[in-house]
Design a protein around this ligand. Structure first.
Ligand code: FAD
Length: 462
């Protein structure tokens, strides 16, 4: 169904107020907060914001919106980067942040059950006292519902997997208000179609997730961090891919170019040499992490890596990784008043050095400040490109360059998005990557599950 913008009537807003115990708001600042994400895409306000507190309340809201044909855009922390949460056709923003209970921690089964509004940091604070941690760590303190819906990943994915590997089961509400449960609390499952993984990464277009069962891990006995510098971007990247192929057990391996290091130095009060740099982390026994670090040192030296430093000091390790997690904000802080576009290419491991070089060469032809960083052990990297929001023509040109980079990545056998998702920003790239026939199958799944197209219309495909 094609949409025109939907603004709710007073009667519809009054009815929604009878369906939830949380807030239903048309306050301008609340609408503004729910009309933007962290992308540079222009904001669009919803007509109202609705905050349910239970699965049953979500079901009642969806049944009503389906009957009234009101668009529903789920909202977690709003940290996504491709216009995902923008209510392009008005309707309601369904804010899940009041559903923020950690329902159960089952240390013996290495799993937790949570509501979708719990953030990854809140979960980890709670888990620490049980000697456990949840591994998926995007740079923002995102909600677990939002992370499942975007198929999020992070710095530890090379060792522990992304949301796709760590969501075991879900409770979800379908567009007509039907409540379903997918998956089981088991490590293995081969029962029927895998609806859990259909919903993970579906960006709020197929269902609203109201409960998640997640895998967690024991906090390792020892953690060590290491850092090494390279003469060029390509040498650092080649060293990283060689380490992955060697099978050394790395828990994290991240690349930051010289501009990125300059920004994190200023933002986090570090004094790192402003050259291409790899950050590593190792998890295991005290002897194991030492052996892993030593093997990595041997390999990086073959690629011109120098000034290898490593530490098991917990404070230093945390400081380094906090700086890495702040890299996006450090880039924003270095460019006051500006917004950023972040690419998200992932390629087969052997193509990573070539892909990074192609992106660097294309971006160097334009005037926009940029830096390159990435989860290189997963052959996934981001170009962080700065634009001026007061000059919309800049965003258009940057989008043009990033599309060119994306097309080159797809030619190399890569993907337009390793972890951020499609949103409204990469709809054409999805067709180029997957083909019209496969996108046609996705559309028929959407048509079957959400025939009135109320769930996040205008995302993933048109
Ligand atoms: C500084 C920074 C660093 C980042 N680093 C990374 C990174 O390393 N890896 C990575 O993967 N991403 C990263 N991101 C992107 C972002 O954090 C992730 O996409 C995250 O998963 C979004 O979660 P959220 O709670 O903010 O979701 P939102 O932005 O609120 O929503 C994201 C999408 O999910 C849908 N949604 C939200 N909740 C639900 C629900 N309960 N049910 C159904 N649909 C729902 C929304 O409608 C929307 O389509 C980064 C972003 C920033 C700003």
């Amino acid at each position: 169904m094609a949409w025109q913008r939907v603004d709710l009537t007073t009667a519809q807003i009054d009815h929604l107020k009878t369906l939830v115990t949380g807030l239903v708001s048309t306050n301008e600042s609340v609408l503004d907060q729910h009309g933007r994400d962290e992308s540079a895409i222009a904001p669009v306000r919803p007509s109202a914001v609705v905050m349910p507190r239970s699965t049953d309340e979500v079901a009642a809201v969806l049944a009503y919106c389906n009957k009234e044909k009101i668009p529903v855009v789920a909202f977690g922390a709003g940290s996504s980067l491709e216009g995902h949460v923008l209510p392009l056709f008005g309707g309601i923003s369904l804010d899940l942040t009041e559903m923020n209970k950690i329902i159960e921690i089952r240390a013996d089964d290495l799993l937790v059950r949570v509501q979708p509004g719990v953030t990854r940091m809140a979960l980890n604070e709670k888990l620490a006292s049980s000697g456990l941690f949840f591994s998926v760590d995007p740079g923002a303190d995102a909600t677990l519902g939002g992370m499942a819906s975007t198929g999020a990943a992070g710095t530890t994915t090379v060792r522990y997997g992304s949301m796709r590997e760590n969501v075991l089961a879900l409770t979800a509400v379908m567009a007509d208000g039907t409540i379903i449960r997918t998956g089981r609390e088991t490590r293995k499952l081969s029962a029927g179609y895998d609806l859990t993984r259909l919903l993970v990464g579906s960006e709020g277009t197929l269902a609203i997730i109201t409960e998640l069962t997640l895998r967690v891990f024991g906090i390792p006995e020892k953690m060590a961090a290491a850092i090494v510098r390279f003469p060029t971007l390509a040498e650092g990247v080649s060293a990283a891919t060689t380490i992955v192929r060697s099978g050394i057990s790395i828990a994290r391996c991240e690349f930051l170019d010289a501009k990125c290091i300059k920004n994190v130095n200023a933002h986090d009060g570090l004094t790192l040499a402003e050259v291409p740099t790899l950050f590593f982390e190792f998890h295991g026994s005290p002897q194991g992490v030492q052996e892993d670090a030593s093997s990595v040192k041997d390999i990086v030296e073959e690629f011109g890596g120098s000034d290898f430093e490593w530490t098991t000091d917990e404070g230093a390790r945390r400081k380094l990784w906090q700086a890495r997690h702040n890299a996006y904000w450090a880039g924003i802080a270095a460019n006051p008043g500006k917004r950023a576009v972040s690419t998200d290419a992932a390629v087969p491991l052997s193509k990573l050095a070539e892909a990074v070089t192609v992106a660097d060469e294309l971006l160097a032809k334009y005037k926009y400040p940029y830096s390159i960083l990435g989860h290189v052990a997963d052959a996934n990297f981001h170009c962080f490109i700065v634009t001026d929001p007061s000059k919309p023509e800049e965003l258009e040109e940057v989008r043009h360059v990033t599309h060119e980079i994306t097309m080159r990545i797809i030619e190399m056998g890569g993907t337009c998005t390793g972890e951020h998702g499609i949103g409204s920003g990469k709809i054409d790239a999805l067709v180029a990557e997957t083909g019209a026939a496969a996108v046609g199958i996705m559309k028929s799944i959407k048509q079957s599950l959400d025939p009135n197209n109320i769930l996040n219309p205008g995302k993933v495909f048109n």
